[in-house]
Design a protein around this ligand. Structure first.
Ligand SMILES: CC(C)(COP(=O)(O)OP(=O)(O)OC[C@H]1O[C@@H](n2cnc3c(N)ncnc32)[C@H](O)[C@@H]1OP(=O)(O)O)[C@@H](O)C(=O)NCCC(=O)NCCS
Length: 158
């Protein structure tokens, strides 16, 4: 099994569509194009992880506005395909993302938000993230079921 982490390409749209089925293909394509542009400017690293050449996970690392928050990088859209969870692929994505962050002069805060009570919350704590806030009922899913979660705000010093 060959595991590889690399920057996302525009042609990853179909694979990412499978990882994020609630997003339309147009939304995914627009996101990939935006992240490509921001990558050239040094502001974003959208990473995918492959197993034997197939994309099975992703995470986006995005530096905030340089005017006042250029020392912070936000992590979003973290997902690993269900059948590949528990294999430390998320850990690999974060290691690669943190390596990029450490190459950016002055950046020392990594941050993210997560639904309270889901497995990812514990995984992020395990990866060294600390909670700094919680918006009760801050996430309400717009699809069937309309589940409501707290939004947990977390950070890690890098
Ligand atoms: C969150 C997610 C990306 C994690 O991916 P993963 O590849 O399975 O995670 P890893 O295997 O790298 O696990 C990371 C670490 O957390 C640990 N861990 C896993 N489940 C855990 C749990 N329930 N409690 C505590 N630690 C846990 C692992 O043991 C591992 O630590 P280790 O390297 O010391 O053993 C994956 O579960 C996922 O895609 N979930 C659905 C989407 C989602 O919730 N995304 C986050 C939205 S913010």
């Amino acid at each position: 099994m060959i595991i590889n982490v690399r920057e996302a390409k525009l042609s990853d749209d179909a694979a990412i569509g499978k990882l994020q089925p609630r997003n339309s293909r147009e939304t995914i394509k627009a996101g990939l194009e935006r992240d490509r542009r921001e990558s050239v400017l040094g502001n974003t690293k959208r990473l995918v992880i492959e197993i034997d050449g197939a994309v099975v996970g992703q995470a986006i690392f995005e530096r905030l506005s340089k005017l006042t928050r250029g020392h912070r990088v936000r992590v979003t859209d973290v997902v690993v395909a269900e059948e590949y969870r528990g294999l430390k692929l998320c850990t690999r994505l974060f290691e690669a993302g943190e390596n990029w962050v450490q190459s950016l002069p002055g950046v020392n805060i990594l941050e993210l938000t997560v639904r309270g009570g889901i497995e990812a919350e514990e995984i992020y704590r395990h990866l060294g993230f600390l909670e700094f806030g919680r918006l009760i009922g801050g996430i309400k899913e717009s699809w069937e079921g309309g589940l409501i979660y707290d939004e947990v705000f977390m950070f890690k010093k890098v």
